[in-house]
Ligand binder design. Structure first.
Ligand code: NAP
Length: 255
């Protein structure tokens, strides 16, 4: 089914990695704001969890939600994901590139595989999804692309050469998308969180978290819901004149 822009129907959002952590909170914030939401997860293994998130949000907010497993680093899987969105929802208005992984280690010890995998999941995925989404959005002359970068992509971080490079890449890609599609009323922005309480930061040693908290002006980690509120704002009509920006949400850590 082709994507038919129709302002009478609900806008549709696709959230990659939308079943857990920050992505789950973004899925919920968009459902609360009246979007139909496609909740993506990485594999069949995590599909039951993503499906239960979709069912819960549909019930709670009276919108349509569905889950779809697709490894977003894989071009064919991304094709299948976009076909799923087209068939299930018939349109796409908001893309939130949230899926991300870490494989930390010092530069000297980092393997080629760990560098390539992080770049593929965190950055190549954003290229693959933006390419497909921008085509749809430019035709309908409205769209919002929101990419989850990290403050680490701005300032770097020892032990995260792969992750920092992927997030810095997202920033350059986002600014380019903003320039290429701005004339069609498609905005593209990057969110740069600091330390947010999710499974990703739960893996960090207590000492690292204590040290980080000390460097945060607000003296606490952020919540997934705080990041999701920013994403929901960027997806809204009110954010129509914001594009190509990198918006930090780090409790003042990068001051
Ligand atoms: P998280 O709790 O570890 O969740 C990661 C999400 O990404 C999961 O939903 C996971 O899906 C999905 N994912 C991973 N690989 C994927 C793939 N190949 N294809 C599709 N989905 C995939 O992480 P988080 O803390 O919520 O982080 C979300 C985003 O925010 C990431 O881009 C991260 O880099 C960024 N960020 C986080 C922090 C932080 O402090 N937490 C700070 C800055 C930036 P499954 O459920 O299927 O595994």
């Amino acid at each position: 089914m082709p994507f038919v822009p129709d302002t009478q129907t609900r806008r549709v959002a696709l959230v990659t990695g939308g079943g857990r952590g920050i992505g789950r909170a973004v899925s919920e914030a968009l459902a609360r704001d009246g979007f139909n939401v496609c909740v993506n997860c990485s594999s069949e293994r995590s599909l039951p969890g993503a499906e239960s998130v979709a069912a819960e949000l549909a019930e709670k907010y009276g919108v349509e939600c569905a889950a779809c497993a697709a490894d977003v680093s894989d071009s064919e899987a991304v094709d299948a994901l976009f076909s799923f969105v087209a068939e299930r929802f018939g349109r796409l208005d908001v893309l939130v590139n949230n899926a991300g992984i870490t494989r930390d280690g010092s530069l000297l010890r980092m393997s080629d595989e760990d560098f390539d995998r992080v770049l593929a999941v965190n950055l190549r995925s954003v290229f693959l999804t933006c390419r497909r989404a921008a085509k749809i959005m430019m035709k309908q002359r409205w769209g919002r692309i929101i990419n989850m970068a990290s403050i680490v992509g701005v300032v770097g971080n020892a032990g995260q050469a792969n992750y920092a490079a992927s997030k810095a890449g997202i920033i350059g890609l986002t600014k380019t998308v903003a320039r290429e599609f701005g004339a069609r009323h498609v905005t593209a922005n990057a969110i740069a969180p600091g330390f947010i309480e999710t499974d990703m930061t739960a893996e960090l040693p207590e000492k690292v978290l204590a040290g980080a908290t000390e460097r945060i002006a607000l003296k606490r980690l952020g919540t997934a819901e705080e990041v999701a509120s920013l994403a929901a704002f960027l997806a809204s009509e009110n954010a129509g004149y914001i594009t190509g920006q990198v918006i930090g949400i780090d409790g003042g850590m990068s001051l």
